[in-house]
Design a protein around this ligand. Structure first.
Ligand code: ADP
Length: 480
């Protein structure tokens, strides 16, 4: 039985700000239980809902030296769910607050603490992993700790590490002296071929250099990050590491995202009766959002962080023209204030066409997936993207830019061969996006059969964790 340890800053159902949480929530459950003993280490954020947190059991605690900061408290809480054991690192000083992240500087100290604490608790919980699977910059320093501070401790020998990039944009960069203070890493770590980056220290880069393998969440993104446009300053490192770098597509949790059983939606449906089912959901959503009750209008949705990455600048550029077409535009998201304000203003101006839901609400997200006809994702870059996968499962046709995981999972509609599962455009250009939306509208309004066939092909696709979990298992095998 191989032992696999996940260390991450987010995990469904405990805490989520983005797709990372979905992956860390679903992948451990999907690994073959006969072959792998899987455990997950997370921060014990005080903002984890009480219904879970009240059930966490105290396991142990100790004091840990954190670089030059002195001794800090490390508590260990445990919880079991769906055959997976979770450990929550308790330290209220670091993990209190309404959100998991906030001030960048504070986050950097917080995740230096978390990464070291995750390694430090292993002897106490008597778990010696064969593989530690790290996720994003928050756990970037973990492989470095393993190979420096812990290297002479025999308990930590023969542990392999994998670093998975969910988003290369966030790297955890701060000055070298501060990072040296927080980590206690020796000087040799802070060189340009290791953790140093443009005279600062870069936590994600450190992880990428020290990990045995690097994965990212789609094949296309794994290629894209080797070029400067997508490489976020690390494209050179990605090229140098290309033999250790691979892309494994994310899946979605088919138990949570299942229109046949989803309790959060108004009316359940399947591939056999999606027309009726989606119509029922649409009527209810229009009522709930205060949009005109119109069974025939196309609802195009966006469920997303409202940032430039997600193409909100393109939307801003053409929104007036878009709203002059026959469409109801439903947005659910939070993010940059200028986009939040813009959407609220448009809702006020065009009440009959726009519903701006500027908050995070999982239930409403499910209802929108079930009710909408199409889902817009004009991303500048998209490592994998889960929104389009959920959309496909709910019979909501994705309209996407051909980048990263969007390119790998949405096949463009071909009217001559009657193939494809969505609509896509190549260049990051607002007019190209708008033309693609207009084309989708045309098919929606004028070619009902073609549209329904498109929906059906999307619903038939399998983006569950099954195939991706087998690929991760193969990767674990190859390094142990
Ligand atoms: P990213 O991880 O870059 O934010 P993904 O498409 O990979 O984007 O994942 C986004 C996930 O978060 C999806 O499950 C989506 O439904 C969900 N989501 C995004 N914004 C909201 C929101 N405001 N309310 C509820 N769910 C949201």
């Amino acid at each position: 039985m191989k032992k696999i340890l996940f260390v991450a800053s987010e995990c469904v159902p405990f805490i989520k700000t983005g797709g990372l949480a979905d992956v860390v929530g679903a992948l451990p459950k999907s690994l073959d239980k006969e072959k792998y003993d899987v455990r997950v280490i997370l921060p014990d954020y005080t903002c984890i809902p009480a219904k879970y947190r009240d059930q966490f059991r105290y396991a142990s605690h100790f004091e840990m030296q954190l670089g030059g900061l002195g001794k800090v408290y490390v508590g260990i809480m445990t919880y079991e769910m769906d055959g997976v054991t979770y450990y929550f690192i308790d330290n209220e000083h670091y993990f209190r607050g309404d959100t998991p992240y906030g001030d960048v500087h504070w986050d950097i100290e917080k995740f230096c603490f978390f990464s070291k604490a995750a390694l430090s608790i292993l002897p106490t919980i008597e778990f010696h992993p064969d593989v530690i699977h790290c996720h994003d910059w928050q756990t970037g320093v973990l492989p470095v700790f393993l190979h420096t501070v812990f290297k002479d401790n025999p308990f930590y020998h023969n542990i392999r590490t994998i670093m998975t990039i969910h988003n290369l944009k966030f790297q955890g960069i701060w000055d070298i002296n501060t990072l040296r203070l927080y980590t206690g890493f020796p000087n040799e770590v802070f060189t340009p071929d290791r953790m140093e980056y443009k005279r600062d220290a870069n936590m994600l880069k450190a992880g990428l250099v020290y990990a045995d393998r690097i994965t990212t969440v789609s094949g296309t993104y794994a290629e894209e990050i080797k070029i400067p446009y997508y490489g976020e300053g690390l494209d050179g490192l990605m090229r140098a590491k290309s033999r250790d770098l691979s892309g494994i597509l994310n899946g979605i949790d088919y138990d949570i995202y299942n229109p046949e059983t989803d309790k959060k939606i108004y009316s359940n449906y399947s591939i056999k009766n999606f027309r009726k089912g989606k119509a029922a959901n649409k009527a209810k959503l229009q009522e709930e959002l205060g949009l005109p009750a119109d069974p025939n209008v196309m609802i195009m949705a966006m469920i997303t962080r409202l940032t430039d990455q997600k193409g909100l600048d393109l939307v801003a550029y053409v929104l007036d023209r878009l709203l002059d077409s026959a469409i109801q535009f439903v947005v659910l998201g939070t993010g940059d204030a200028r986009y939040e304000d813009m959407l609220r203003t448009y809702e006020w101006k065009r009440k009959d066409k726009v519903s701006a839901n500027i908050y995070f609400n999982d239930e409403r997200a499910h209802r929108i997936y079930a009710a909408a006809d199409s889902m817009l994702m004009p991303s500048q870059f998209e490592p994998c993207g889960l929104t389009q996968l959920i959309s496909l499962r709910y019979g909501t046709v994705p309209i996407v830019r051909e980048t990263g995981g969007l390119k790998d999972t949405v096949q463009p509609y071909n009217r001559f061969e009657q193939t494809g599962t969505g609509f896509s455009f190549a260049n990051y250009n607002a007019d190209e996006m708008l033309n693609t939306i207009f084309y989708a509208e045309k098919v929606f309004y004028d070619e009902h059969d073609a549209w329904n066939a498109l929906v059906k092909r999307g619903m038939e696709k399998d983006y569950s964790w099954n195939s991706s979990a087998r690929q991760y298992e193969a990767l674990y095998e190859s390094i142990t």
